[in-house]
Design a protein around this ligand. Structure first.
Ligand code: GUN
Length: 296
């Protein structure tokens, strides 16, 4: 069988950002730019890179990004107060608290403080409920990005078997919901699943978000599958690799995402899209534009 076709996340994300920048330009002309507040507590090196990229690409599309850098010893009270202020601020449309938070902070309590309309990560119980209940709400960025990549293949999803490896609230669980919504038959595997490959080998669509380098080898991939690798792991030699053994899966899949350059750029593009969507709650001019586009 021929090698899988690469799904180029960088290219698709760049196209989406271009579309977004045109939308942002129109919103700006009628008032102010959509705005995003990013909170980073501590100095986790990966988080610092992610946050820098979020700022960089916000700027690229014309979204106003403000970074709130807090020392690692910041207490829960200070963080809750900051979110309270950002919730109230008429100049802020989206709030993102970069995870993980330092261990002395109860992340759930912090997330729950975010106004669900400003919750661009889709992590508040309200937005989780909207996804589960098939209602309009904010959906976490990485699964949204994965879905765009899957759809870019042009393969019809209805009735296909989709296997998600991972059950995090940020990726695995919302991903399973999105695939269900597309009428896939969904199997959700996780770290306690026995005989993982007996499930992954059934997958027409395989999304691996386990955070374990090389977890899925070629043996675990069905011929002709769409493989979406969410893992971003740093190897000993400093290079990044995914949760899938890329060279092996390439021999069996029909479509596959590389790491880096697959899911990563899409997560940020979806964050920007969610920020523009959030701005519709607070900027009437943004809401009109989005409605007009939906009607056309
Ligand atoms: N840490 C790693 N990925 C993410 C993400 O998508 N959102 C937030 N808030 N933190 C993260």
């Amino acid at each position: 069988m021929a090698l899988a076709q690469l799904i180029d996340g960088r290219l698709i994300a760049a196209r989406l950002r271009k579309e977004l920048s045109e939308k942002v330009e129109k919103i700006k002309k009628r008032g102010r730019a959509p705005s995003l507040a990013v909170i980073l507590a501590g100095e986790d090196p990966s988080s610092m890179i992610y946050v820098r990229n979020k700022e960089k690409y916000s700027k690229e599309v014309g979204i106003e990004a403000s970074l709130y850098r807090l020392p690692v010893q910041t207490g829960e009270r200070a963080l809750l107060d900051l979110i309270g202020e950002l919730n109230e601020s008429p100049d802020v449309d989206g709030i993102l608290v970069q995870l993980p938070l330092p261990p002395h902070i109860n992340a759930q309590k912090i997330i729950e403080k975010i106004d669900p309309r400003k919750d661009v990560d889709g992590l508040t119980p309200w937005n989780q409920g909207c996804l589960m209940g098939r209602r309009e709400g904010m959906v976490p960025c990485t699964p949204l990005g994965c879905m765009e990549l899957i759809k870019s293949t042009g393969v019809s999803l209805e009735g296909k078997t989709a296997v998600v490896v991972g059950r995090s609230l940020l990726v695995g669980s919302p991903m399973a919901q999105l695939l269900l919504k597309e009428n896939c038959t969904v199997i959700q595997a996780h770290s306690k699943t026995k005989d993982l490959f007996s499930y992954t080998r059934q997958a027409d669509i395989l999304v691996v978000a386990a955070g374990r380098p090389g977890l899925v080898s070629g043996e675990g991939v069905k011929e002709g599958a769409i493989v979406i690798d969410v893992g971003i792991n740093r190897r000993e030699d400093g290079h990044l690799c995914g949760d899938v053994v890329f060279e092996e899966a390439l021999q069996k899949a029909a479509f596959i995402t590389p790491v880096p350059g697959g899911v990563g750029p899409m997560t940020i593009a979806m964050l920007l899209r969610n920020t523009v969507k959030a701005s519709a709650f607070f900027l009437p001019q943004s809401s009109d534009l989005i409605k007009l586009e939906e009607e056309s």
